[in-house]
Write a protein that binds this ligand. Structure first.
Ligand SMILES: Nc1ncnc2c1ncn2[C@@H]1O[C@H](COP(=O)(O)OP(=O)(O)OP(=O)(O)O)[C@@H](O)[C@H]1O
Ligand SMILES: [Mg+2]
Length: 149
């Protein structure tokens, strides 16, 4: 979410992949982009299968382009299943000591069959999971009262 407010990246969508382009205006933006790459490498190394795979990275002086598998998103409408899967995915993430730190609806995608977490720009390798659980509770309450899905 914070990224969007600051408008530091652009998403370019192709048929089978998506490119997240960071425009390197300052050191802080570069650090966020590098963090997203580092965490995605870590997710691949640890066989975390609940996020679209990072395919490649192109770094130039002005831009950092991160290529991801594209998820063809559709709505999932079986509420209990979504809640169960979300909490399972978060447990898996935390079992490899990754905190997402930016759980919100725009960072949860569904292809109608599975659920995926995206946007690890603010993620960290740590065991301070409280913030993720607070956000999960909020999302679950939205699911329960029908605000979403
Ligand atoms: N791998 C993907 N497959 C399909 N759609 C994607 C993928 N990655 C990102 N998107 C779409 O692009 C949007 C923004 O992606 P992302 O969250 O990585 O960037 P962001 O700048 O942090 O955006 P936001 O501020 O909305 O969180 C997502 O909400 C989703 O709709
Ligand atoms: Mg996002």
């Amino acid at each position: 979410m914070r990224n969007k407010i600051l408008n530091i990246n652009k998403l370019i969508s192709y048929k089978t992949f998506i490119v997240k382009r960071y425009i390197i205006l300052n050191e802080n933006i570069r650090k966020i982009a590098i963090n997203e790459i580092r965490i995605n490498e870590y997710l691949i190394e640890n066989q975390f299968n609940y996020s679209p795979k990072m395919i490649k990275v192109l770094i130039s002086r002005k831009y950092i382009d991160i290529y991801f598998e594209k998820i063809n998103t559709t709505k999932l409408n079986r509420k209990p299943l979504i809640k169960k899967r979300l909490s399972h995915i978060l447990k898996k993430l935390h079992s490899i000591n990754v905190c997402h730190n930016d759980l919100n609806l725009s960072n949860i995608l569904s292809d109608g069959k599975n659920i995926y977490l995206i946007d690890f720009a603010l993620a960290s390798i740590s065991s301070e999971y409280d913030y993720d659980y607070i956000k999960l509770k909020k999302i679950e309450s939205w699911i329960d009262n029908g605000t979403i899905f």
